[in-house]
Design a protein around this ligand. Structure first.
Ligand code: 2NL
Length: 355
């Protein structure tokens, strides 16, 4: 067996003499490398008796620890002194051109969420967020969705677990339920965010953005819903007048339910929102179903209100003339440079939503 003490002293001396990173690293390999001192000593243990094996192994481990502490100290010192030398050697060249200054762009979806938030905050709505990964209860059951509803199908919803109890939210309605359960009415909130459905073609992406609104108080009617949506659409499209129609529809979470169309026309190959002989479906809405209120611990005999849901991506496409939905999520900087917004130009109702 080797004379460990002597070998250890040899390495210590070598390390003390080493001047730079390269030398220290060579010694490191000699001690700790694959074929280095420590490994080869461990290999020799195989031929020893169990008692000797234990004794020598412990010795080797002690030496390993001692040498590794010295080695680390030495490496830190060498690194510091090499950096010091480099700083002393290098001079600042004040004639160099400055580094190019680039500032990012705001994605149209973020811009539109900011614009919508600004409009609704002006009329007393607050902003709520919730998790993208939801339980089946908050996403469907609490929202009065029957067990056999097609939206619950595996082909439409991304389930996280085999037992279909955890999923990627298919709308932001669960945020509204969570908010109602957390507080006491009245509620006046919007919930924008990412939503997911198993759908992919030219007009559908598996991840998209939705905005939901909810207003619950003692005497809220469909009249308030119409007024609120009319105000929102005018502000959002920055027009003074808008043609709007409510078509009867069905959602499990509202009764009655409606879909809203707005008038538009095409002029010089461009869409003009607000008037015209064509109708464009833009959102779904209704009066919150009493079962949803009960599930959200709100007394339907005292409170009622409206809710609506809008696709944010489609709003962004309509307002900013973007015709391919999929380009939203391709992360192409050239696209973002073209369609993106100035981060310093925050949308407000006073200064103008879009510039
Ligand atoms: C759509 C339009 C809608 C709601 C969402 C909602 C939320 C609660 C209660 C009742 Cl907490 N309703 N949200 C209402 C109507 C329509 O979304 O096209 N959805 C598929």
């Amino acid at each position: 067996m080797s004379d460990f003490e002597k070998l250890k002293e040899d390495f210590k001396n070598k390390l003390a003499e080493a001047q730079n990173f390269k030398d220290i690293d060579a010694i490191r390999a000699e001690i700790f490398g694959k074929k280095g001192f420590i490994n080869s000593e461990f290999k020799k243990l195989g031929s020893l008796s169990p008692e000797d094996k234990k004794k020598i192994a412990s010795k080797i481990n002690n030496i390993k620890q001692e040498l590794s502490i010295i080695l680390n100290e030495k490496l830190v010192k060498a690194s510091d002194s090499e950096k010091d030398q480099q700083v002393k050697k290098e001079k600042k060249d004040v004639t160099l051109p400055e580094r190019e200054f680039t500032i990012g762009k705001i994605h149209p979806v973020s811009q539109v969420i900011d614009e919508i938030s600004s409009i609704f905050s002006e009329i007393g709505f607050s902003f709520e967020e919730g998790p993208d990964v939801e339980s089946e209860y908050y996403n469907f059951t609490a929202l009065n969705t029957p067990e056999n509803h097609p939206a619950k199908d595996m082909h439409d919803t991304f389930y996280i677990e085999e037992n279909m109890k955890t999923l990627l939210r298919t709308h932001t309605s669960p945020v509204q339920v969570r908010t109602m359960l957390k507080g006491k009415p009245p509620f006046k909130i919007i919930a924008p965010g990412r939503t997911y459905r198993s759908d992919s073609d030219q007009t559908h992406t598996p991840m998209f953005h939705q905005l939901e609104g909810l207003h619950i108080d003692k005497d809220i009617t469909m009249g308030h819903l119409k007024g609120c949506l009319n105000h929102f659409i005018k502000e959002f499209f920055e027009v003074n007048k808008i043609q709007m129609r409510f078509r009867p529809s069905h959602f499990p979470f509202t009764e009655p339910s409606a879909e809203v169309d707005i008038g538009y026309k095409i002029e010089n190959n461009k869409i003009v929102i607000g008037e015209g002989d064509k109708w464009l479906e833009i959102l779904g809405c209704g009066m919150v179903h009493p079962n949803v209120l009960i599930n959200s611990k709100v007394d339907p005999n005292k409170f009622q209100g409206f809710a609506f849901g809008i696709g944010i991506d489609r709003l962004a496409m309509l307002k900013y003339g973007i015709n391919d939905l999929r380009s939203f999520f391709e992360c192409d900087y050239r696209w973002l440079n073209h369609y993106g917004f100035d981060p310093l130009d925050v949308p407000t109702n006073y200064r103008g939503l879009s510039k």
